[in-house]
Ligand binder design. Sequence first.
Ligand SMILES: [Zn+2]
Length: 148
Amino acid sequence: MRLLTAIDGEEQSHFRLCEFENGDGLAMVHASTLASLERVRRDLAAWARRDVWVIVTDALRTDADLERLAARLGWIDEGGAVSRDSKHLARHGGIAVDLVAVVAGTRERIPQRILGEICRRHFDWVKDSYRDGHVHADNRHRGREPAR
Ligand SMILES: [Zn+2]
């Protein structure tokens, strides 16, 4: 299912609901997250002067997903990488995404630093220091505001 949102008065639809699914096929995406992603895609395309694909690698997580992840990477309070209050959890309302971006066609990876910089313009909170090159972005503040 294609997701549609308006950015500065223009309808944009570059993301599908299935991109936000967890391993069990559950999906949740906050309206502000979709709008932020469309703005990131637009700004990356301007930066690259080419069409860019923004690829959501991880979005919604259940408690069971988080437990599995923590079994691999460890909880932050035990020196690992997984937050017990992960913004990916459904209780936060679909506000978090992990993403990478590539130039359409060539699939050349957009550098993590550039992706992180542009995500900071459009998301409330961004982490771009992961070794595998992905960027985490979430709308922890605007996700709490009532939908407009
Ligand atoms: Zn994340």
